[in-house]
Design a protein around this ligand. Sequence first.
Ligand SMILES: [Zn+2]
Length: 215
Amino acid sequence: MDVILFGPPGAGKGTQAKRLVDALRIPQISTGDMMRAERAAGTALGKQFDDFMSKGLLVPDQLVLSLIEQRLKQADAKSGAIFDGYPRTVAQAVALDGMLAAQDRKISVVVSMEVSLPEMIERIALRRTCESCGHIYHLRYNPPPSQNACGACGGKLVQRKDDTEEVVRTRNEEYLAKTAPILGHYSQKGVVKTVNGVGSLDEITARIKSAIGVS
Ligand SMILES: [Zn+2]
């Protein structure tokens, strides 16, 4: 089963994708992580990514798609994958559909996590990140054992510089203009399921599982 976790930046797609890996027994496809890994390993694709990224240029869609295509052919991903943060444009969605079709696959369900802009702004304001290990907490929904210390490593919890209302608003505008139209693309195929993206991590995971039809 190929699944897209969809939603605005800061909706918690990555966190929920990791939680679904065990339930669905299929891997998470994170293009950012995969690109970093290819570059670090110095593969042919990684060197091509370097060429663009070192010049501050966007990596062309086709290169990213090649990376995903390779990943989907690996044994653990043959029966499906969870996409989060990809595709980001309708053009990428169309290209992904075509690549999947060539492998006799298709996106079975797009789970759209709905989070309002005021909720996202509040969420960011209450987000704390561990300076040492990068663990992310939310003072209400995923609180650390103590306000100032990481439960995993004891590191200091800080508010990241880009966790501001202005950054959230800018990213949301870009999302609405470029990414949100993907929902229209998949709605035509009848595969979009909408879930309330506000609540505890467990509550949201349960809603997503129920939308996908797994327990
Ligand atoms: Zn930590």
